[in-house]
Every structure is written in C-alpha cells, then in structure tokens.
Design a binder for this molecule. Structure first.
Ligand SMILES: [Zn+2]
Length: 306
C-alpha cells in the first residue's frame, strides 16, 4: 500500500495530495504545464475546461513556474492568478518548479504554493539529502498540505529545443535512478513525491523525438519508494510511452518546451501576418490558442482519452 494513500485518507479534501492519490488509483496522470505569462495561464485554463467538458468531470491541472518564470511573473502574482479561477469544480494547483535553494523554497512556501520541487541534483547524494530535509521540514511546518518533491539523477536543465542529449545527461541504463538509492533518498528526506531519471530529458530534441522512457525502471522505482513519481521533460515523448509510464507509477507529467515552441511559432506568424498591428492583445491572442491546443492534446493522453 502506498504510504501516500494513508496520508491522504487523513488529508483535506480538495488538496493536491487528494488529486495525486486519485490519479494513481485511476491510472491517469495530472498534467503540469509551465507558464511565463498571462497568455500561458489562459491557455492552461482554457485547455483544462475544454477537456473537463469532454470528460464529463473536472480534470485537475497544475500550473508550474520555474525560478525564472516566477521571477518574470511575480511569485505572489501567479498565486493570485491561480486563486482567481480555482474552485471546487475547477481543481487547478500551483507548483514551484525546480527550486535550487532553501531561500527560494521558503519564498514559495510562504506565498502559499501547493507544491514545491527542491532540486539538489547537482549536489552529492548526502548533501542533497541534507538540504532536501531542511526544505521538507520548513514546508511542512508552514503548510501541512504542501507537497514537496525532490529529484535524484540528472536530466539536464533547459526547456529548449536541443540538437543533442544535454551535456552531463546519460541515458544508458547504468545512469538511470537506482531503485534502492531512490528508496534510501525518500526515506531519509521525507519527500512526498520523487522525480527520477528514467531516460527522460529536459527540453526536447529537434525533430520532436526524444529517447524512449525506461518503463521497467519506472516500475521498479515506484514499487520500491511507494510514492507517486513525477515525470519531467515530457516534451517530445510518445503517447504510448506516457501511458506505459503512468501504468508503472507516474502521477504527474511535466510539459514545457512544446508549449514554448507553440507560443514562439504563433507569435512570429502573427507578427508576419499583420506587422502594422500594435495592440498587444491582438498580437498575443493567437499564442493562447496555439499553446492551448498543445495542452489539450497532452491532457487527453495523460487522462487516457486519446
Ligand atoms: Zn523538470
């Protein structure tokens, strides 16, 4: 039995934890979509509402903001935006994506984020354990419902279109997260969720085809750590890979790069089409539908509707 489920039974209804546990039970994944601007925000909201209508039930979504993205939008401003649409019928959550220091973790915990990812992957195993523990202790003291995620194994840092596998990332089986090490890490730190290195990469390869995920490793880690797994770097992976990863224990999937590409392409298109236009809301509008389309497609796959 997942320890996560036991906690959830005692947890508050409507918390992110409840939805993650529900996703594990249903064998679907919650989509995590990064945003950099208001257009991205409306794209996620529009996509979630469209796919919820199709599903006949509310489809939960997570908005993610990295350190750079939330510096651009405002840490508390993003929280206010998500709160402005959140309701019982619209479960939308806010995650602080890759956060590299305790101070930055503290900032988002204090701002009321639903979850935070502390990323100590560039430290040694022991240092990563120690600093992750410090983040967990602070987060839970301030907000007992907050979920803390950590990562072991390096999958690169960018959300860009890449020409090759990112430097420092190795995807041979010997470089993937080891189930025993993952278990030791989770037990030592008390994190709620784990992002493993399972053949995924941050960013996506040009040509749109990323290396296949190692489903056996995902399953082995999930069985060992008994916590929901989070798949990062979901841009460029196939629908089949996603579904198999979900069945093996993945409860949240991150997508960023593909949304960024859709934004950039739509923006260039629009400016070329109407270069005399100066109204920002007219210039930016097509970027919303372009991003929304990508997000809708992912949500249908993650919820096994496509
Ligand atoms: Zn990530």
């Amino acid at each position: 039995m997942f320890t996560f489920f036991t906690q959830t039974a005692r947890g508050a209804d409507g918390s992110l934890q409840t939805y993650v546990a529900d996703a594990l039970r249903r064998k679907v994944a919650i989509g995590h979509f990064n945003i950099s601007n208001l257009e991205g925000f409306w794209a996620v909201v529009g996509a979630a509402q469209t796919v919820s209508r199709e599903a006949g039930r509310p489809i939960p979504v997570i908005i993610g903001v990295s350190e750079g993205e939330r510096e651009f939008m405002g840490v508390r401003q993003v929280r206010a935006l998500v709160d402005s649409v959140k309701s019982k019928g619209f479960p939308i959550f806010l995650n602080a994506d890759h956060t590299y220091s305790f101070d930055k973790v503290k900032e988002v915990v204090d701002a009321g984020y639903d979850s935070v990812i502390y990323d100590g992957t560039e430290q040694s195993f022991d240092d990563n354990v120690a600093s992750t523990k410090q983040c967990v202790a602070y987060a839970k003291k301030v907000n007992k419902h907050i979920l803390v995620e950590a990562e072991i194994g390096f999958i690169g840092k960018s959300s860009k279109v890449l020409d090759a596998i990112p430097e420092g990332v190795q995807i041979g089986p010997e470089f993937l997260t080891k189930p025993d090490e993952a278990e030791k890490f989770v037990r030592a730190t008390g994190v709620d969720m784990l992002a493993p290195a399972v053949g995924n990469i941050h960013g996506m390869l040009s040509g749109g085809k990323d290396p296949a995920l190692n489903i056996d490793v995902i399953r082995a880690i999930a069985q060992k750590v008994k916590k929901p797994l989070v798949l990062h770097g979901g841009s460029g992976n196939s629908a089949e890979d996603f579904k198999a990863a979900i069945d093996a224990g993945v409860a949240i999937i991150h997508v960023n790069t593909e949304i960024r590409v859709a934004f950039r392409d739509a923006l260039i298109d629009q400016i070329k089409k109407d270069s005399a236009q100066v109204a920002p809301y007219k210039i930016m509008k097509p970027t919303i539908s372009a991003m929304q389309k990508v997000i809708e497609e992912k949500l249908r796959i993650f919820n096994k509707m496509a």
